[in-house]
Design a protein around this ligand. Structure first.
Ligand code: NDP
Length: 259
């Protein structure tokens, strides 16, 4: 029987796009996590219908959690609920997937665009980690092989992008200028790097992952990858990463992307 990727996982922004497909493939895997916490900001709204249907089909595994990653109250209530549902166990894996993009040429970008995108793409993941840190520590401490790092034990995955790479910017800037998005995801990578250093002592692996250019509302219909293709790759990478990958940016095929 295939080994379970982890016992428990929280996915933010899981009502559509990459987040929804992550929850779908995790629950459909041969050895699914025992508990999947599917965060979304409006669980009873029309945009969460597909997630609610999936959760109904897998009531014993999926818990839909109201989670607006930019709201302190929402994060605090979500972490309380997750803690209660874990019944004394830790949380193994957080996938900070929720993200936004806006049209972003220099002419289109002002204070509001920069601040709004930064708030969701950087401040949100930071606040989530801060609040859920004790649950991640608990999971790390409960793992029998105390020296190894893995997503099975305790980890944070920040969903980043190739467009965050400062090294690769010259080759793709003209196609996608996107000032607020690129700058925010480069900052998210620094958050990854800082957390990887900081949380090493707790046994928590932290990395950024690029899902590829994917057919979602954000990626648009011209993207070469379906969510199914991207996520099956991402899940393989998540399942195989170890301490040597902590603090890095990998793509959905496990290839390293320079910062
Ligand atoms: P979508 O626009 O299709 O979905 C974004 C998801 O994030 C939605 O579920 C949305 O919820 C949620 N979200 C946004 N803001 C918040 C918030 N404040 N609180 C909670 N949830 C929120 O995007 P994708 O699925 O394509 O993108 C997912 C991640 O992958 C993002 O981080 C993105 O940057 C990254 N990515 C995507 C690529 C692509 O080609 N698609 C390429 C590289 C990276 P709601 O329905 O409520 O708006």
């Amino acid at each position: 029987m295939a080994s379970r990727i982890c016992d428990s996982v929280l996915v933010t922004g899981s009502n559509r796009g990459i987040g929804l497909e992550l929850v779908r493939q995790l629950v459909d895997s041969p050895s699914p996590p025992v508990q999947i916490f599917a965060g979304c900001r409006d669980p009873s709204g029309p945009r969460s219908q597909a997630l609610q249907e999936l959760a109904q089909k897998h009531r014993d595994v999926i818990t839909v959690v109201q989670l607006d990653t930019t709201s302190l109250t929402s994060i605090a209530e979500a972490s309380k609920l997750v803690e209660t549902k874990l019944k004394g166990r830790g949380l193994n894996l957080i996938i900070n997937n929720a993200g936004v993009n806006v049209p972003g040429s220099l002419a289109e970008t002002g204070i509001q665009e920069m601040v709004d995108v930064y708030t969701t793409n950087v401040v949100g993941p930071m606040l989530i980690v801060k609040d859920f840190h004790p649950l991640l520590c608990k999971a790390a401490a409960q793992f029998p092989h105390q020296t190894n790092m893995s997503c099975k034990r305790s980890a944070i995955i920040n969903v980043s992008t190739l467009l965050s790479s400062i090294t690769r910017c010259p080759e793709n800037f003209s196609v996608s200028p996107m000032y607020p998005y690129r700058v925010s995801k480069a900052a998210l990578n620094m958050l990854t790097r800082c957390l990887a250093e900081d949380l090493k002592k707790d046994g928590i692996l932290v990395m950024s992952l690029h899902p590829g250019w994917v057919q979602t509302e954000m990626g648009g219909p011209k993207a070469p990858l379906t969510t199914a293709e991207s996520i099956s790759g991402l899940i393989k990478v998540i399942a195989s990463c170890t301490e040597k990958d902590s603090g890095t940016l990998l793509d959905w095929e496990g290839k390293n992307i320079p910062w």
